[in-house]
Design a protein around this ligand. Structure first.
Ligand code: ADP
Ligand code: NA
Length: 330
């Protein structure tokens, strides 16, 4: 294939993706399959930088992969696999770690923030070298483009620096990746606290719409969504964050524009909007949930799909690591 390689990782850190993940990231990942050669990795090695319960980790890895497959990640057009199934990630990370400055790694703001919260006795070397493993993830596949949010920008810069450093020391080997700035994508807020980003870390799940919720619960969450004391259905995030968030979700799923929705709901009540939106959301996510449950109910089939991904990823990763080892003198 001659399509540019895009790499993206997903954390296996919860039992269900939420509507923010789906509309803000996953839909875009599905769309990338049309024009790119995407490599999508469930980053379980990264996940253990936070202490995990082994059974929960194993289950969450499978649930995460199943939800991506159920949402439209297609194994014919994408490489979807679990990071720990491909040992080259840690092997390349070691080589890159020997080329990373201690001070350079210490300047990563995510490390500084997390280690400041934990204190130095509780901060692990794994947390410190996390960005080096991320660089290995990206560089193993000849990645040209990496979709990154602001929080990962500094890590991508480090990845670029390491690739350039390797190439100048050992000769052109690694592709220096660029950031892929996604087309404007939806930013979804909590239904109960519509000024806070919808997040798995929310204190309460009442405003968190999960792909794996049953349809009745999804409908209830929309019925109880926080709005305002007016009666007008109008998009105005500053003064009407709740209604604006509902309209944004509606627009992202239906493809209708905000003005078209405002016209459609002129003179109608908030209850109508909430009920219709619940239907639209359930129509979209119920089949994803059903397919996910089907995959989880058939462990042999899910194993087979993950093995296809691991084989595809390994073939590419082995080739790159062999070249790297050769250059280094192994
Ligand atoms: P969370 O915030 O729930 O911890 P993550 O940080 O694991 O979610 O994000 C995974 C992906 O989903 C990222 O690409 C992120 O940009 C996207 N994402 C997460 N929450 C939202 C949201 N509320 N709206 C839009 N995109 C989101
Ligand atoms: Na997060």
């Amino acid at each position: 294939t001659t399509r540019p390689v895009v790499f993206s990782g997903m954390q296996p850190s919860s039992d269900s993706l939420h509507l923010g993940n789906y509309l803000g990231a996953l839909l875009n990942w599905v769309a990338l399959q049309d024009d790119y050669d995407p490599v999508y990795c469930v980053v379980d090695l990264h996940a253990i930088t936070v202490q995990q319960d082994p059974a929960a980790l194993r289950e969450n890895v499978r649930r995460t992969a199943a939800q991506y497959l159920a949402s439209g990640i297609d194994l014919d057009r994408s490489t979807l696999f679990v990071q720990s199934h491909v040992p080259e990630h840690t092997q390349l990370a070691w080589v890159l770690g020997t080329m990373t400055g201690f001070g350079e790694a210490g300047r990563m703001t995510q490390f500084k923030d997390k280690s400041a919260k934990q204190g130095s006795e509780n901060t692990t070397v794994g947390l410190f070298t996390y960005p080096v493993l991320m660089a290995a993830d990206i560089l193993l596949y000849g990645t040209e483009l990496v979709p990154v949010g602001d929080d990962q920008r500094q890590h991508l810069e480090l990845t670029r620096d390491l690739a350039g450093r390797f190439n100048s020391r050992y000769g052109e080997t690694l592709v220096v990746p660029e950031a892929l700035i996604p087309k404007e994508s939806a930013r979804i807020y909590d239904l109960q606290e519509p000024t806070a980003k919808m997040s798995k870390s929310a204190a309460s799940e009442a405003g968190l719409v999960k792909l794996m919720d049953d349809p009745a619960l999804t409908a209830k969450k929309f019925r109880s969504a926080v709005t305002d004391a007016e009666r007008e259905i109008r998009h105005d995030p500053a003064t009407k964050p709740g209604i604006s968030n509902l309209l944004d979700i509606y627009a992202a799923i239906s493809g209708l524009s905000i003005p078209a929705l405002e016209t459609q709901y002129a003179g109608r009540g908030y209850g109508d909007l909430k009920k219709d939106l619940a239907d639209v959301v359930v129509d979209r996510i119920a089949p994803i949930r059903a397919r996910t449950l089907e995959l989880l109910d058939d462990p042999a089939e899910l194993d087979r799909l993950l093995a296809i991904g691991a084989d595809k990823a390994s073939e590419r990763a082995e080739r790159m690591l062999r070249t790297v080892y050769d250059r280094v003198g192994f």
